[in-house]
Design a protein around this ligand. Sequence first.
Ligand code: SAH
Length: 191
Amino acid sequence: MNEDVLAAMGRVPRHLFMDSGFVNFSYTDKAFPIAAGQTISQPYTVAFQTELLEVKKHLKVLEIGTGSGYQTAVLLELGARVYTIERQRQLFLDAQKTLGPLNYKPIFFYGDGYVGLPAYKPFDRILITAAAPEIPQLLLNQLAVGGILVVPEGDKFGQKMVRVVREQEDHFERSEHGHFSFVPLLRGKNL
Ligand code: SAH
């Protein structure tokens, strides 16, 4: 794993992102339940997606699925400017309460990540932290030329990690990077 990514993860106190019932397991390499039936990603998975994303200082990153905010914090530790969207209102609120006091300052949005943030495009990087049956075209449109999008593609029966590089305006290079298990990317938002 990339050393900058591991160092960034080492600076984020994962126990502050966990539900109280699981706090003793914060530094085990597993996913855990958070509010609204969602999960905080496994640290290995966070490291894997972050490495594929090639995050660098000052890059503009769109994250779909704020969840606990843990992955958001890792992106911020790497010096990215982060726009993060969550469709579950409770998680959108909780993540702000967690990240604020730690001085992590992403730009939070409550909405449907399927449509992204067209008003703020283009993004140098787009990270989807929930499984999509197919890569949303609206998000590909919001990727800068030279930009990278990372998404687990598939359903509950199987997902593979996909990386898309927008080589030119109309040319996207796709590569696959092994099997994972994420909660689904869902349409619309949830009160
Ligand atoms: N990176 C987060 C992962 C949380 S799980 C963490 O480590 O804590 C994935 C999250 O994606 C869930 O919180 C889920 O509510 C959210 N999600 C699913 N579909 C979405 C959509 N269309 N728009 C925004 N968020 C979505």
